[in-house]
Design a protein around this ligand. Structure first.
Ligand code: NAP
Length: 208
């Protein structure tokens, strides 16, 4: 990083729902890459999700807002929620670069999502506008990320940074499954998120 240059993390995800694993990952990335702040960006219309139930964007936005509101270095952006059509990361990163091209932008998301990056819309533009932080669960084989080199080439792979996050043992799918079975999600998500899900029946008939 160029000395004195601001560095900002853009935490992309469906956040269906947001959980402590996401929050710990964002904080770990902030620490490891000396980021000035992390902006959470809930996807409006996730490009790669067809078979999974995805709560409506306003619910996911509000749950994410509740989860990050007490951290002074965390912000949230509606950029993908308010944009129509699929939420392409390349559009989001172009937007933030047009707002401030002097910032070193870091796009943070799950390592498994990044494994598919060659199938995303305009990967070249993604690598032009940001470095990537690939947050992984404990025991995740870094070989999977290294294997991306064949598809991406050495210059782009040098801009992908793996980050192991033990708290990512929690997953959104596990939380949705627990809700379905009527099990507690206490201590897996912030209390305000737990209450929001229950009060608004975010996951349909499922109860929190
Ligand atoms: P996903 O496929 O649902 O998630 C893959 C894995 O990554 C899951 O284990 C997930 O855990 C984890 N994960 C997701 N977001 C994370 C985060 N911010 N921090 C740590 N782990 C995370 O991924 P997704 O949510 O749909 O997509 C992730 C990001 O990639 C989003 O910003 C999305 O817009 C972007 N994306 C862009 C394109 C494109 O531009 N064409 C295509 C696909 C994805 P949880 O389920 O617990 O979150």
């Amino acid at each position: 990083m160029v000395k004195g240059r601001r560095a900002i993390g853009l935490m992309g995800g469906t956040f269906n729902p947001i959980h402590y694993g996401h929050l710990v990952a964002a904080e770990a990335a902030r620490d490891a890459f000396d980021l000035d702040q992390v902006i959470f960006i809930p996807s409006g219309q996730p490009p790669h999700k067809s078979e999974v139930f995805v709560a409506n964007p306003e619910h996911r936005y509000l749950m994410t807002f509740l989860a990050i509101v007490s951290n002074q270095r965390f912000e949230i952006a509606r950029v993908e929620i308010d944009r129509s059509g699929p939420s392409y990361t390349s559009d989001t990163l172009s937007y933030f670069n047009s707002v401030d091209s002097t910032v070193a932008w870091y796009f943070i998301t799950g390592a498994d999502a990044i494994l598919d990056i060659v199938t995303w819309h305009d990967p070249e533009s993604i690598f032009r506008h940001a470095q990537l932080i690939a947050a992984s669960r404990p025991g995740y084989s870094l070989k999977k990320i290294q294997a991306l080199e064949r598809q991406l080439g050495p210059e782009s792979i040098a801009r992908v940074h793996p980050l192991e996050v033990p708290a990512l043992a929690i997953s959104s799918s596990q939380i949705r499954e627990r809700l379905k079975q009527g099990l507690s999600i206490k201590y897996l998500v912030p209390e305000a998120v737990e209450h929001y899900i229950a009060k608004n029946h975010v996951y349909g008939a499922l109860k929190a």
